[in-house]
Design a protein around this ligand. Structure first.
Ligand code: FES
Length: 209
């Protein structure tokens, strides 16, 4: 399903309505820190207080926090002056939004017929083992969320796994570690850059002092 709103073209899968998440359930809605609340306010502040902005704001919140924290949804409802239930109706309607924390990387394992007969269940097992998960879900460090899906539309490449927006074709158990490592390495190099910058800042401050 596609929807155009405020100039954005969105591709959504209709997931139907679900009950809003509660604190401590389904992986746990986390208590937000003061910094995170400031980040949320900064996202909200980028939009006019118009209801037409609802989905665009939800997208930005999801992109930043990898889920829709309850505290932020309450602030959003106040900002747009709409009932919180209206916010939840939209937030639970589209599968691209999550009310429980998701990992930085979404690993979608296709278990459609073509992928299934070409070994997708074994690939899924290896992914879960590698990420130390007993079942599809989110890793403790919130780097990966594993989901199973039904046919992502490229059966000729089966078995297929999508990580974020990239499709990994003809996946085998032997290739799983290599694919996941690419995303682990990305994270490591980002952390190395951040820590190098931090060290540079400290050196500069010491020289000035
Ligand atoms: S069944 Fe997996 S892409 Fe179609």
């Amino acid at each position: 399903m596609q929807a155009g709103l405020d100039g954005r073209v969105l591709t959504f899968t209709k997931a139907g309505f679900a009950a809003p998440a509660c604190r401590g359930t389904g992986g746990g809605t986390l208590v937000m820190t003061e910094t995170e609340l400031q980040q949320a306010d900064s996202i909200l502040g980028q939009f006019d207080d118009r209801r037409a902005n609802l989905i665009a704001i939800l997208q930005d919140i999801q992109a930043h926090f990898y889920y829709l924290p309850e505290d932020v949804l309450r602030r959003l409802a106040r900002k747009l002056r709409i009932p919180l239930t209206d916010v939840y109706q939209v937030a639970t309607f589209y599968r691209c939004f999550s009310l429980v924390p998701r990992g930085r990387h979404q690993v979608q394992v296709c278990l459609g017929t073509a992928c299934h007969v070409r070994g997708a269940p074994r690939v899924l097992d290896r992914i879960l083992t590698d990420l130390k998960l007993g079942a599809p879900g989110t890793t403790r460090d919130r780097q990966f969320t594993v989901l199973t899906v039904r046919c992502v539309g490229c059966c000729g490449l089966a078995p297929v796994v999508r990580v974020d927006n990239k499709t990994h074709p003809h996946l085998t158990q032997a290739k799983v570690r290599g694919v996941l490592n690419k995303y682990r390495l990305k994270r490591q190099s980002q952390e190395e850059v951040a820590s190098a910058e931090e060290a540079g800042d400290r050196d500069a401050t010491a020289q000035v002092g």
